[in-house]
Ligand binder design. Sequence first.
Ligand SMILES: [Zn+2]
Length: 339
Amino acid sequence: MRGVIMHAPGDVRVEERDDPKIIEPTDAIIRLSATCICGSDLWPYRGADDVHDAPMGHEYVGVVEEVGAEVKTVRPGDFVIGSFWASDNTCEICRAGYQSHCVHRVLMGTIGTQAERARIPLADGTLVATPGMPDDELIPSFLALSDVLGTGWFAAVAAEAGPGKTVAVVGDGAVGLLGVLAAKQLGAERIIAMSRHAGRQALAREFGATDIVAERGDDGVAKIKELTDGLGAHSVIEAVGTQEAMMQAINSARPGGHVGFVGVSHDVEISGELMFGTGIHLHGGPAPVRRFLPDLIQLIWDRKIDPGKVFDLTLPLDQAADGYKAMDERRATKVMLTV
Ligand SMILES: [Zn+2]
């Protein structure tokens, strides 16, 4: 089969890879309908993470082709979605809703789903089937659910976005934009998107943002305070992962407020003194997307939300290298690869 390999930073190629096989009786093999490139794939692409001949990709939707002997809940022919962490969904951590920390978790990025087919470990716990075979137009939204929607949703939940709340969103990538959508769906009263990019501002508004703040860093914080009677936001979503973004998020929250942080942290340091002084709640990390799959599948199936709009460039899998380049140069927010 064909699949993406990142040989070194900036060096992405689509090559022949071994066909996946059932290894454990709990595995399934899926044929991808579509896959995509994640903002987090840019960390190794830019040399911020080590990378050497790595299969790439952790987002996936597709049709089950084969299941292991112990798989009970999905069958060949089902259209399925899973998260970037495979999880058993039965251990105590999973049952508490933290499937991204499952005691048996497997990181899908180590398998590499930017490919024609993929092995999905712990298929019963990981995969959720849609009510039927979706129309092609729904596939981008289901693909978004595999990571960026689920992650933005978790960030909004962790930030306790809801009725009567003002939510500020740091980061205008796909996760930040879908954090806006999630905050809106959860009933937030006011949603402030922080973005200086006209196209992304427009999509943020479409997803439910009521205000846009273009300033960053301390100026951005000052603007949030100005919009909230000097208090700061009740809820803040951090969807970048840098020191500047984390400080912007923490300082934008009011005392007693909640920050949901889901940007993959890179050299972020938070002082105890700062945490002691702010009186905020900080919760985040890799999103337990599996927790939200059943409800969000239904919202997409019923056409109540359209998160697939975050894909602004679609390329065939064989042109993955062009997709990485477009995201690296910020010419695209998120790239879908058709298989
Ligand atoms: Zn588990």
